[in-house]
Design a protein around this ligand. Structure first.
Ligand SMILES: Cc1cc2nc3c(=O)[nH]c(=O)nc-3n(C[C@H](O)[C@H](O)[C@H](O)COP(=O)(O)OP(=O)(O)OC[C@H]3O[C@@H](n4cnc5c(N)ncnc54)[C@H](O)[C@@H]3O)c2cc1C
Length: 544
């Protein structure tokens, strides 16, 4: 054991590991990158996180950088759960539900808690968090908050940030703060503190005040967003809240040690419609009309023919009913979940009318059995992600872009043109109601040509999304993968503000450096793996 590990082990109640095996285990996440850390800490409680942060801060004061990367289940697809220094492995001990108010719907949890477990518990009380990612069965709530994750029902209910009421966060120097909306008088108290917390409040307040016009003028017009820092929601007319900055910050501003979530009532009984389409214009028109319904669908999901063709080769059982060959170019799945059964039926009828104008064929599922069959079409993309084709793997590199909803047709067109130009045959699917598409092209990381293709695709993809005024990350985060492109999508003035935010919270760069901010294309080229697998994902058959 190294001196540093020994010192930490002596001071923490959790375990410290610097064995080759542990370091190898934490050297990958679900991204195309690899970095071997120095050691892993398994904090038993908040005090362990605090002491570790304090230790790395003191080292940094003496000129030695030993960064900390908070880690949930490591399903991050952007390399944000990797780091050269200390991996703070939260699921081992910090995985408890601390308080559950089943009436009010509030729940207080530790960050390493499995999201699926929390959701299951909430559902037994008739509640849920509708922003859960499709990876929830094998990821943590801390990871979801740090990525501002979202899922299919975010179409109606929004992303994670809307469900986080307050946080406890360990700052870079080991101080612990609680974030929540503060009234003016409470803010004044914070501004007067002679601590890092006080400095953070003073400097963030001044930054927002001085740049108010710039900030309001340059918000991306998308329905969900994990790119950059959310400087738009910190200050409202009557409140000041640091929570939005931490949600989506990917462990680069501090380590979340407790989360208070707001939940909403859950209705298991739904209506699901399926429409088949031949062309992009009809899809875009149908989505536009569905978006303007007075009562929104709970989700609008897309699966394209590429999915069916790939599954036809490997998993024909997933394609039996309700889709028969020849497969349509596109399938749209539209779900309604209104708690009032009559309203739900009425809205589904309205949607059916909309689909009738644009779809080739429509089916409706009212029983849970048929709904399961329909959903299976969308969930079958999991088989694509998990199934390698020789050395080819479905790589998460352009898997999270989102554009303004009115640009959906241009986005789909642009994506298919880009794939054709690069001779890439693949599948496209996603949360089309939000104009958020998922594409995981099959490439071989051991081939120089394919490694170059990754960066060509990233460039072209970013250019397309930037031209349409979108964000390269709806819910998966910038991480290392998209950090180099952040300035392109926001422009230099906003990027400069992001840099100032990072500097305020993390002056020595100990909080997950190389993620989101201050990372270039050459930096990440050097981190590319030579092979790829979904790791622990094989146990779960990850869904998207
Ligand atoms: C097949 C597949 C499907 C996916 N589907 C979705 C989806 O539908 N929607 C979606 O949004 N994402 C999706 N993801 C991405 C990812 O699974 C989610 O964002 C998930 O919420 C990450 O959780 P995790 O526990 O694995 O976090 P990790 O991967 O361990 O970490 C993610 C980030 O959070 C930071 N972090 C973790 N814990 C803390 C903490 N306590 N304090 C501060 N920072 C912390 C890490 O440093 C890292 O930056 C998918 C991934 C895969 C592989």
């Amino acid at each position: 054991m190294s001196k540093v590990s020994y010192y930490l082990q002596d001071h923490l109640s959790g375990e410290v590991m610097d064995s080759t095996d542990a370091r190898r285990y934490f050297s990958t996440d679900a991204s195309v990158f690899t970095i071997t850390p120095t050691l892993a800490v398994y904090p038993r409680n908040e005090a362990d996180i605090r002491k570790t942060a304090r230790f790395t801060w003191q080292l940094a004061e003496r000129g030695r950088l030993l960064p900390i990367t908070a880690r949930g289940s490591g399903t991050d697809q952007t390399g944000a759960a990797l780091g050269t220094g200390i991996i703070m492995a939260l699921p081992a001990h910090m995985h408890r539900i601390l308080e559950l108010d089943s009436r009010g719907g509030k729940v207080l949890v530790e960050p390493g808690l499995n999201y699926g477990k929390l959701q299951q518990t909430l559902m037994t009380h008739g509640h849920f968090i509708p922003a859960a990612p499709s990876s929830m069965e094998y990821s943590t709530v801390g990871g979801a908050v740090a990525n501002n994750a979202s899922g299919d029902r975010s179409f109606k209910y929004g992303d994670t940030r809307l469900y986080v009421e307050s946080l406890r966060v360990v700052l870079a120097n080991g101080e612990v703060i609680t974030t929540k909306p503060l009234a003016k008088r409470e803010l004044s108290k914070k501004l007067g503190l002679a601590t890092l917390e006080g400095e953070v409040y003073r400097r963030v307040d001044a930054l927002i005040e001085e740049n108010e016009k710039l900030i309001t003028g340059l918000k991306l017009n998308v329905t969900k967003n994990s790119a950059g820092y959310d400087i738009w929601d910190v200050k409202t007319k009557n409140t000041f809240d640091l929570t939005p900055l931490f949600v989506g910050s990917e462990g680069t501003l501090g380590i979340i040690s407790e989360i208070s979530f707001r939940t909403i009532p859950y209705n298991p009984s739904k209506t699901l419609l399926l429409g088949t389409f031949d062309d992009i214009t009809s899809i875009a028109e149908a989505v536009r009309e569905l978006r303007s319904m007075s009562e929104l669908p709970s989700s609008i999901e897309l699966v394209d023919k590429g999915v069916f063709e790939l599954l036809h080769e490997t998993h024909p059982n997933l394609l039996k009913d309700p889709l028969l060959n020849p497969y349509p170019n596109f399938v749209l799945l539209v779900e309604f979940d209104d708690i009032n059964e009559r309203s739900q039926k009425r809205d589904a009828k309205k949607a059916q009318k909309i689909l009738t104008q644009y779809a080739k064929a429509i089916k409706i599922a009212t029983t849970s059995e048929t709904q399961l069959e329909f959903h299976r079409i969308r969930q079958s993309v999991a088989a694509i992600i998990n199934q390698n084709r020789g050395n080819l793997r479905a790589l998460p590199i352009i898997e999270d872009g989102i554009v303004p909803p009115e640009s959906l047709a241009d986005y789909l067109d642009g994506i298919y043109q880009m794939l054709a130009k690069n001779h890439i045959k693949t599948a496209v699917w996603g949360h089309v109601g939000d104009a958020n598409l998922i594409i995981q092209p099959y490439l071989d990381l051991s081939q120089v040509g394919d490694r170059q293709t990754i960066f060509r695709l990233l460039e072209e993809y970013t250019a397309l999304i930037t031209r349409l005024g979108g964000s390269t990350s709806a819910g998966h985060g910038d991480g290392r993968l998209r950090g180099p492109y952040l300035e392109k999508i926001y422009g230099s003035e906003i990027y400069d503000l992001f840099q100032k935010v990072k500097q305020i919270f993390d002056p020595y760069g100990t909080m997950n450096p190389g993620v989101k901010m201050n990372v270039g294309v050459d930096d990440i080229k050097a981190l590319l793996r030579h092979d790829y697998d979904v790791g622990a994902g094989y146990e779960h058959l990850p869904m998207r």
